[in-house]
Design a protein around this ligand. Structure first.
Ligand SMILES: [Zn+2]
Length: 384
């Protein structure tokens, strides 16, 4: 596994590319061949326009390979048959000449100056794909065992999915599942679990998705700055329902930290302005919900009196109650848990029972990840 190091960590994976057709993934590079190669002098003088000069990969540039592939600025020389076996995507892209210029199309992939260009891919990820396709049994046993690295398996699952190596993808997923149980999952930077979550949605791996969601929830709850990373990652994806849930979770646990804690968190400063504002407004809204109460439908005939009595009742319970909300005044959910006793509903008037359920439902929604709650506040912020 010499070529899989810490530098291998997943950034925001371009797994979103998988929706593209094979031809789009490996569309020909419109630049003339000399631009791709480029002499050192050209690179120096036209640096703003040109990519870095391509270099041959130290490991996967086989002299007897049959196709040269450029990924970012790295040239790989591998065997066409190795790529097309099991991959319908490579099968269709590599079997047809892609270059519009007939002369260049014939020589495409045969020399460094006219390589087959794999767009939208990272060299490090492609190297991982080759590691698996060319791996020796002892390397593969290491990768696909519980002793393997989850980071590697995440890349393997997502890149194999992208190019249609479904059997290898399934193997990666079944290897990682036991690693993802709560209480034993390995430490990884937030972006890696978020990328894995992204992959699980894209690949429609629902069991995996639920495992990862539990991990993300766990980390958000117990690791002080995790929520910020999740907000950054999820905010562009909030239109998708499942990402809305993740964002809702991160916003709730981010908001209840409160201004004093935010000032101490270095990651706080990296949040965009509108998210900071949203967290401020959420914090004060949640504190306010405890003091002024949340409305419910009354059948008692005197809503005002009933609501005042209810707040008094909660106030008394709060005095004697205990829980996280003591440290975190905006932690509405913990507070409800401590002061609204659903096991003793009979102590309440019928109308207060309705209130108790309403409070409990709101608390449950917040800890389950309610983007709706924050979306409403967010909308109001945009309007004002
Ligand atoms: Zn009432």
């Amino acid at each position: 596994m010499s070529n899989l190091g810490p530098s291998n960590s997943v950034e925001h994976l371009p797994v979103g590319d998988s929706g593209k057709t094979a031809r789009e993934i490996a569309a020909p590079d419109p630049r003339p061949a000399e631009d791709i190669g480029g002499t050192r002098a050209q690179v120096l003088t036209r640096q703003s326009k040109l990519p870095l000069q391509p270099t041959r990969d130290a490991e996967y540039y086989y002299p007897d390979g049959s196709i040269i592939i450029l990924v970012e600025t790295t040239l790989f020389k591998v065997h066409r048959s190795r790529l097309t076996r099991d991959s319908p995507i490579f099968e269709s892209t590599l079997s047809l000449p892609n270059h519009p210029d007939a002369a260049l199309a014939t020589s495409e992939g045969r020399c460094d100056e006219n390589p087959f260009v794999l767009h939208g891919e990272k060299a490090q990820r492609f190297r991982t794909l080759l590691l698996v396709l060319y791996g020796m049994p002892y390397e593969l046993v290491q990768i696909f065992s519980e002793k393997g690295h989850l980071s590697d398996l995440i890349i393997i699952a997502s890149i194999m999915h992208k190019y249609g190596f479904h059997k290898i993808e399934a193997l990666a997923v079944s290897t990682m599942r036991p690693m993802l149980q709560l209480g034993r999952y390995p430490y990884l930077p937030p972006a890696e679990y978020l990328s894995l979550f992204d992959y699980s949605i894209l690949a429609d791996q629902t069991a995996l998705r639920d495992d990862v969601l539990s991990i993300i929830r766990n980390r958000i709850m117990f690791e002080p700055t995790y929520a910020y990373a999740v907000i950054m990652f999820a905010m562009d994806r909030r239109h998708e329902e499942i990402w809305g849930r993740v964002l809702g979770l991160a916003l709730y646990y981010g908001a209840i930290k409160g201004p004093t804690q935010w000032a101490q968190d270095s990651d706080w400063t990296s949040l965009p302005k509108d998210m900071k504002l949203l967290l401020h407004v959420s914090f004060s809204t949640l504190v306010d919900m405890k003091h002024r109460g949340i409305p419910w439908v009354h059948d008692c005939g005197d809503a005002e009196y009933c609501a005042t009595k209810w707040l008094e009742l909660l106030d008394q319970a709060t005095t004697g109650g205990y829980g996280d909300f003591r440290r975190k005044p905006a932690d509405f959910a913990s507070w409800v848990c401590a002061v609204v006793d659903l096991r003793q509903l009979e102590r309440y008037t019928p109308c207060h029972r309705a209130a108790a359920l309403k409070y409990q439902n709101q608390a449950n929604a917040l800890v389950a990840g309610s983007w709706e709650f924050f979306e409403k506040l967010h909308r109001e912020l945009i309007i004002t």
